[in-house]
Design a protein around this ligand. Structure first.
Ligand SMILES: Nc1ncnc2c1ncn2[C@@H]1O[C@H](COP(=O)(O)OP(=O)(O)OP(=O)(O)O)[C@@H](O)[C@H]1O
Ligand SMILES: [Mg+2]
Length: 252
């Protein structure tokens, strides 16, 4: 069974058909790229998948469960986590606490236990610290655990966003241009890290990029979006040789 199966997804904003007839099928553990020029509809697809927008056509099935039209919270609980094109961190919280906000979705203790710091609360808190530190190690942020998120260099803020998304233990991780604003060395290191996350956690990842070279280096499958519609789709090597893609996208 596919981890994500989307059929005929569409949405209009006023007279603009931002996404139309969008289909995608992503297998478990796949590293999949969604590419296309500015304004193609990539972020809108993420907003539809995560319940920020309700589609006016189509269906979204996550790991066999229909999630079409559900709220952002329900979809997060169903197992989709995302990062945003513009970084959204809790800037006044430490790096560790930012990751722990993701873990809070998984651990439950009563409100009173939290206020009175009961032994049960302390145990959960300790577990959360350990889990959060483990994620920070994966993303090479453990030395900055106590640093305020706003004091991190830009590239590390981007990594922290991914660590926080991973803390929710998602089934599907959506990354919206995670390398935006990074220098070439940082970008390469980030791509290695994304590959590691996929391999280590057997995570299913859908990655938005507008730089074709970047995604073609790490993604097994690609969908090329243009003016809200799928221009090409399939194995990366096939898509890169697709004449339509070469003309419309690489011919710039
Ligand atoms: N809430 C909205 N209201 C009106 N128009 C919108 C809204 N969200 C997106 N759009 C429009 O939908 C189209 C697709 O936008 P989207 O942000 O999905 O593109 P994108 O492929 O992510 O582009 P970029 O590479 O610049 O991030 C654009 O024309 C955009 O202006
Ligand atoms: Mg976008």
């Amino acid at each position: 069974m596919a981890m994500l199966e989307v059929k005929n997804l569409g949405i209009s904003f006023g007279g603009l058909r931002a996404v139309n007839g969008f289909d995608i099928k992503i297998e478990k553990g796949e590293l999949y790229g969604l590419i296309g020029p500015n304004g193609a509809g990539k972020t809108t697809v993420f907003n539809l998948l995560t319940g920020v927008y309700k589609p006016d056509t189509g269906s979204i099935v996550l790991d066999g469960t229909e999630i079409t039209g559900k709220s952002t919270i329900e979809i997060s609980k169903a197992g989709i986590a995302r990062t945003f094109q513009n970084i959204r961190l809790f800037k006044d919280m430490s790096v560790l606490d930012n990751v722990k906000t993701g873990l809070h979705n998984k651990h439950e203790y009563s409100f009173l236990a939290g206020i009175f710091h009961t032994p049960a609360y302390q145990k959960v808190e300790k577990q959360m610290n350990e889990q959060a530190m483990e994620l920070l190690r994966v993303f090479e942020l453990e030395e900055e655990a106590d640093t305020l998120a706003s004091n991190l260099p830009y590239g590390k803020q981007r990594k922290l966003e991914i660590a926080r998304a991973m803390a929710t233990e998602p089934k599907l991780l959506l990354l919206d241009e995670p390398a935006a604003g990074m220098n070439p060395n940082e970008t390469e290191a980030l791509m290695d890290m994304i590959r590691f996350v996929r391999d280590h956690f057997n995570m299913t990842v859908l990655l938005i990029e507008h730089d074709m070279r970047l995604v073609s280096g790490i993604c097994e499958e690609l969908t090329v979006l243009n003016f809200g519609e799928v221009l090409a789709q399939g194995r990366t090597s096939d898509v890169l040789h697709n004449p339509q893609v070469i003309t419309a996208y690489l011919g710039e």
